[in-house]
Design a protein around this ligand. Structure first.
Ligand code: MSP
Length: 514
């Protein structure tokens, strides 16, 4: 991502359908967005982090009917579930937009009227396939044996009058824009997919329905309602306000729209074409991550529902789940989720590497120096190495973060953690403690370890917001404050700081056998 001159940062997640409970997949996008939002705040950006719920359409209408409730009853109930889950996972969103809110409905209608005024919408007839679970109009090629090629479920045949958006008109402009702005759609594989689809030719797309009542009325024709995807995309603007409104002027365009790879078509093609038609700037970046698969254990008999993030957070802690999701697979690739895999990571990286380093550092400071971190003196060779790794960390970490390479950020941090653990082995503080002459050296070793841990709390805080604060309190440090640049300097711990040795932060976990 280019370094922006302005200090604002607008980041979004997709708005989630309210027919399904939040699960590990939906939690993934928002955890990634939250981590980036926290990092940007730490850097001093004025961040606006938006999430919300997608509440209209045929699918929601049908789900509500099945439950014998009205769509809005279903939505109200599910919004509570989403918000509670996001709270459990420590998601620091700034706004939560619901597509049934008046602010969304009125601003979306205004945007559609503008598209009409542009001459980019016309009345026609759609004849073809529709996938209700994905709320998508399908081309012949997207239907295989009467099933949706993407989700494998039954499709519906539609023949109805509909308004079309002139997507074809934007084919050349879109192509040029995406070719000239390689960072616009990422990662590369998704960019290539979008490019080849545009090159294959863009047809105009239906944007209204005549047979769906649970939707925003179509401006200027009451017989029609707005197609749910067009309604949903408008949330990124309706949450800010329109052109002259303060929030819009401050935050638009979005710096990152985050999502999974399944909805790149809407964000990378339809949305930018709509924005072009509206004469608005395009988002800086659209990033699509991979898909989590649940290797057959969606429901585990003895362990409960492992796809429920509340369940995993309750069993293993929200921070452990956040850590696992962003560490286990490179952002952009698919992954396989299981409780065993989370526990493996928790035990090896969090309990063994990080938890141990903290506990032994504080323990030795307690035993050998009455719990006080003393001033460092000379640099033993191995400590010098630790300090130079620490000094190199900010630039490296920042580079990875700017590219949304979360797993590499964590690897870089763990390089430092592992190096610090080796320093303990190499310097053997327990032996230094036996020798009066080695007191200064001992103080130096313990200072370096504590300082490395302090730096870890800074950079790990966007990923593990709760545990890093606990670490800081055990290290005798005040809660972390921006700016990052200041907190990144090596040597900030004041000699004389008193540590608070506490319980191990990440106790090892043993799972019952299946
Ligand atoms: N409502 C639309 C989005 C409209 S945005 C203008 C939608 N909702 S959804 O609830 O079905 O899914 C939203 C997002 O959840 C996906 O894009 C993705 O970010 C995330 N995921 C849902 N299941 C997932 C996995 N199994 N794995 C990874 N992410 C997944 O689509």
């Amino acid at each position: 991502m280019k370094q922006k001159v302005s200090k604002k940062f607008y980041i979004t997640t997709p708005i989630y359908y309210v027919n399904a409970e939040p699960h590990i997949g939906t939690a993934y996008t928002i955890i990634a967005a939250d981590t980036l939002a926290r990092y940007k705040r730490l850097q001093g950006y004025d961040v606006f982090f938006l999430t919300g719920t997608d509440e209209h359409g045929q699918k929601i209408q049908a789900a509500a009917e099945e439950n014998n409730e009205t769509p809005i009853q279903l939505a109200d109930r599910m919004v509570e579930r989403f918000q509670k889950t996001w709270k459990t996972l420590n998601i620091s969103y700034d706004d939560f937009i619901r597509t049934t809110e008046p602010r969304h409905i009125s601003r979306t209608s205004s945007l559609i009227k503008r598209l009409l005024d542009q001459g980019d919408i016309y009345l026609g007839e759609y004849e073809g396939w529709y996938c209700i679970p994905e709320e998508t109009f399908l081309t012949e090629r997207q239907v295989v044996d009467g099933k949706c090629a993407s989700c494998g479920r039954e499709v519906q045949k539609l023949k109805e009058e509909t308004y079309f958006f002139r997507l074809s008109r934007y084919q050349e402009r879109l192509l040029k824009y995406i070719e000239e702005n390689p960072e616009f759609v990422q990662p590369e594989t998704r960019r290539n997919e979008v490019l080849s689809r545009i090159k294959g030719g863009l047809n105009d797309v239906p944007i209204s329905r005549r047979t769906v009542s649970w939707a925003i009325p179509f401006p200027e024709n009451e017989e029609h309602t707005l197609y749910v995807w067009i309604d949903a995309l408008c949330n990124y603007i309706s949450a800010l306000g329109l052109d002259e409104e303060e929030r819009f002027k401050k935050y638009w365009p979005a710096d990152v729209h985050l999502m999974a790879k399944d909805i790149v078509w809407f964000h990378g093609v339809i949305w930018p074409a709509m924005l072009m038609s509206l004469g608005l700037s395009l988002p800086t970046r659209i990033f699509a991550h991979g898909w989590w698969n649940f290797a057959g254990d969606k429901m585990s008999k003895s362990l409960g529902n492992v796809v429920d993030p509340n369940f995993v957070a309750e069993k293993l802690g929200a921070d452990a789940l956040r850590y696992f999701l962003l560490r286990e697979v490179p952002f952009g690739q698919d992954g396989s989720f299981s409780l065993q895999a989370v526990v493996r990571r928790l035990n090896s990286d969090l309990a063994n590497d990080l938890g141990n380093l903290l506990h032994r550092t504080l323990n030795m400071t307690q035993r050998y120096q009455d719990g006080v971190i003393l001033a460092p003196s000379e640099e033993a060779a191995s400590l010098g190495e630790l300090a130079s790794l620490a000094r190199a960390l900010p630039e490296k970490f920042n580079h990875f973060m700017e590219n949304l390479q979360f797993s590499l950020c964590l690897e870089a941090l763990w390089e430092l953690i592992r190096r610090a653990n080796r320093c303990v082995e190499e310097n053997k503080p327990w032996e230094l403690a036996k020798d009066e002459v080695q007191r200064e050296r001992l103080a130096t070793v313990l200072y370096y370890l504590a300082e490395a841990l302090r730096l870890v709390t800074v950079y790990l805080s966007p990923f593990l917001p709760t545990k890093t604060e606990e670490m800081r309190s055990q290290l005798g440090l005040a809660p972390l404050k921006p700016p990052l640049e200041e907190a990144s300097r090596w040597g900030l711990i004041r000699p004389g700081t008193r540590v608070n040795l506490g319980e191990p932060l990440f106790p090892r976990v043993e799972l019952p056998q299946e």
